[in-house]
Design a protein around this ligand. Sequence first.
Ligand SMILES: *Cc1c(COP(=O)(O)O)cnc(C)c1O
Length: 420
Amino acid sequence: MFHNSLDFARKCDAEDPLSPFRDQFHIPTDASGEPLIYLCGNSLGLQPKITSEYIQKELKDWAVLGVEGHTEAEHPWLPYHEFLTKNMATLVGAKPKEVVMMNTLTTNLHLMMVSFYTPTPSKYKIVVESDAFPSDKYAVESQLRFHGFDPNEGLILWKPRTGEELCRFEDLEAIMEEHGDTVALLMIGSTNYYTGQAFPLKEITHLGHRFGCKVGFDLAHGVGNIQPNLHDVGPDFAVWCSYKYLNSGPGSLGGCFVHERHESNDNLKRFAGWWGHNKKTRFNMRHDFDALPGAEGWQLSNPPILSMAAIRASLDTFAEAGFDNLLKKSDKLTGFLEFLIDALKNDHIRIITPRDPKERGCQLSIQVKNADKTLHTRLTEAGVISDWREPDVIRVAPAPLYNSFEDVFQFTQRLKDVLQ
Ligand SMILES: *Cc1c(COP(=O)(O)O)cnc(C)c1O
């Protein structure tokens, strides 16, 4: 169904109903003004052109209204996070009340563990995938220590088998059969940042719950990239950031999902702040903490509106394109990339990401035999923005909102040149 030619790539772009969205983004250029082949949306998504307008609007309202902007701005700041909820909920397959944008990813992970990692002397271990992103590992290790446990003993790694890169679900089952009675929490990345493997979220959730554990997902590389269907899948919580596939700008705020079943559970411990308090009495400042039902009840502070404005701009763009349409394009775009890499017939490179589109998002991780970082440098010099992970993996992630089939074709041409 694919052909290895520039004409074919251009034909795919011409037939792609989403191709006009590329024009809605700022595409970085080289020194001579040529657009770069940007395949790094898994690390920092590109800037929608409307983002600046959305932020300028809030700056203007602040200039003109001062404190009155909390209630009088066109998008009043007091309930500003609510303007993000519906579109965000669509992207993660949740009910609106299960979702809130707040804080940053690692902060949210800690807040969620305060509520959902409540170990006892006999049931206290945490299972993570072995190549978990460092921040997640530091967070769970520090939670173990905080509760008086030794991470060497309390942390169980779900590892690929020797000589393999991907994690097998049956190995997670084996871990649970052996240790399940002592495990309190399964904390798994939905899509592994290194291999691009998308884990079977529903099976993992059922497995964890069968052993009486809480289950949480880190969607950093999943959100805006796969449909995690959080409500139906049923984890206890999930967290994510908005600057990768969600294109909301460096360090922008993260998101959090708390399943409906916990929405009004007063027995849950939590670290609280005034933004999680009943909206009707928040400003009376006298009442005892009265948690908002649902995910909103975990908010701590009044949020940075300028960052929220960038997220709103991005989510509006996703909504306009339609997430289902984007997922369909993503399948084809990454399938084309895979086809072209295979067509290089180069024995030195190997795709370590799963071949089944259902087990991956848009990212492909390419292992290059005997390579070092100079390969990545040469790719950069050839106008390709990709991502290098030691010891020998190039990660490329064509984002269906702004990457074209031609981008993917040009990338493989340049990769071929650089490998020669
Ligand atoms: C990007 C990423 C993070 C980053 O965490 P921040 O708190 O947003 O800095 C954490 N975990 C994973 C899995 C990531 O991919």
